[in-house]
Design a protein around this ligand. Structure first.
Ligand SMILES: [Zn+2]
Length: 188
């Protein structure tokens, strides 16, 4: 997006300056807000979300500890909506409905373009992981996932980083974090 306005910067900076530990959901949220110099917005599926005065959205995940930053228009618009719920001073920056629709459309297109395998393979991967009697996930490895990909001769080296980018670090997270975003796209 274009550089945020001076007004945006000033308001986020003021909110950050005024932020008190008791405004935060936890001590950790407050600590991270100071560390990243970013306004805490809340908890996403697997990470805490922050907004910087520069208009960057920051996700801080704890398992494993990982920081992701985005200057993406769609991410920012969603974050602004969230920010306004928690900080009334941010209401002026909430995008209008049609902008949100457009951002959503763009995000969907980007999601579709990012999928590094056929829709059918991805759908069947979800079905496979989600099947009845699937072994308990040990939350460290993509054991079942990798086995599935290898059996089909798919590009593991390319697909695993993509799964991680969306929070799929173990088999159950592939379902929890990716099925939500991609399930509909691939016809689940
Ligand atoms: Zn797991």
């Amino acid at each position: 997006m274009s550089a945020p306005s001076l007004e945006f910067r000033a308001i986020v900076q003021r909110l950050l300056r005024d932020l008190e530990p008791e405004d935060c959901e936890s001590e950790l949220e407050y600590e991270w807000a100071l560390e990243y110099h970013a306004l805490p917005l809340g908890i996403d599926l697997w990470s805490r979300v922050f907004l910087t005065p520069d208009g960057h959205v920051v996700w801080a995940g704890w398992e494993p500890l990982e920081i992701k930053r985005s200057r993406d228009e769609a991410d920012l618009k969603r974050a602004l909506r969230w920010a306004a719920e928690r900080y009334p001073a941010m209401a002026a920056f909430v995008p209008r409905e049609e902008e949100l629709k457009e951002a959503w459309k763009q995000e969907q297109e980007k999601l579709v373009a990012s999928i590094p395998m056929s829709h059918q393979d991805l759908r069947e991967l979800f079905d496979h992981l989600d099947r009845e009697g699937a072994p308990q996930c040990d939350h460290t490895l993509l054991r079942e996932t990798i086995e599935f990909l290898q059996k089909r001769g798919l590009d593991v080296e390319r697909i695993v980083p993509w799964l991680r980018e969306f929070g799929g670090y173990c088999d159950c997270e592939v379902i929890y974090n990716l099925d939500d975003k991609f399930g509909k796209i691939v016809g689940r």
